[in-house]
Write a protein that binds this ligand. Sequence first.
Ligand SMILES: CC(C)(COP(=O)(O)OP(=O)(O)OC[C@H]1O[C@@H](n2cnc3c(N)ncnc32)[C@H](O)[C@@H]1OP(=O)(O)O)[C@@H](O)C(=O)NCCC(=O)NCCS
Length: 198
Amino acid sequence: MLGTRLRCGFDLNRVPLVTELPPARRELIERHLIALPPDERRLRFAAALSDDALRAYARSIRFDRDAAFGAFDERLDLVGFGHLALAGPEAEFGLSVLPSARRQGLGLRLLLRAARHARALGTDSFLMTYLPENQALRELAKRAGMRIEFDAEGPLARMALPEAEPDALLHEAADATLTGLDLSFRLANRSAKQLTSA
Ligand SMILES: CC(C)(COP(=O)(O)OP(=O)(O)OC[C@H]1O[C@@H](n2cnc3c(N)ncnc32)[C@H](O)[C@@H]1OP(=O)(O)O)[C@@H](O)C(=O)NCCC(=O)NCCS
């Protein structure tokens, strides 16, 4: 972690990083969403949103109330993004991983990270938009212990969240600080490498 290389020579910078995103990363979120192919935008938002609509959505994320999580690959591209909306009694989570980064466990890591955050804030239910043709989400939800349910608005994936440990919020803050620092180190490391190779 924190931009280090282990003594055995294994470079931890090559391990994808999952971290909470601050408002300063809004532009990366926008770029990530616009890179999603149209049919996947529909699976994500239940509508194939245009580029402009995705920009408007990224601009509308309330970082003061909600939480955003990102997965960065070795090149520090934002290959996975999750938005945890905390407006009502139930947390709503939207998730996307770029096709090039699929089946590496990033979707599951982002989902479990967001569920832990919602739980730490005292939320007891966690929902995701689910279209019946979304086989990937159906399988992912099963892996995460979610259930597919039907309510008035249609099918959705739901997870009941148990009560959090008393120090859960402290763990959340520590995770956000450490992984945020890790990202800053990796970005600085990359800039230094670019400068020396120029
Ligand atoms: C759904 C999505 C987020 C999954 O992301 P991912 O990073 O590929 O998922 P993971 O690698 O974490 O998968 C974890 C497990 O979920 C299941 N899974 C994921 N994608 C699957 C697929 N296409 N087919 C079958 N099972 C799948 C598998 O059990 C997988 O474990 P395994 O690879 O060890 O077999 C991604 O496909 C996506 O962005 N889809 C478009 C947007 C979307 O549908 N969002 C959800 C609605 S908000």
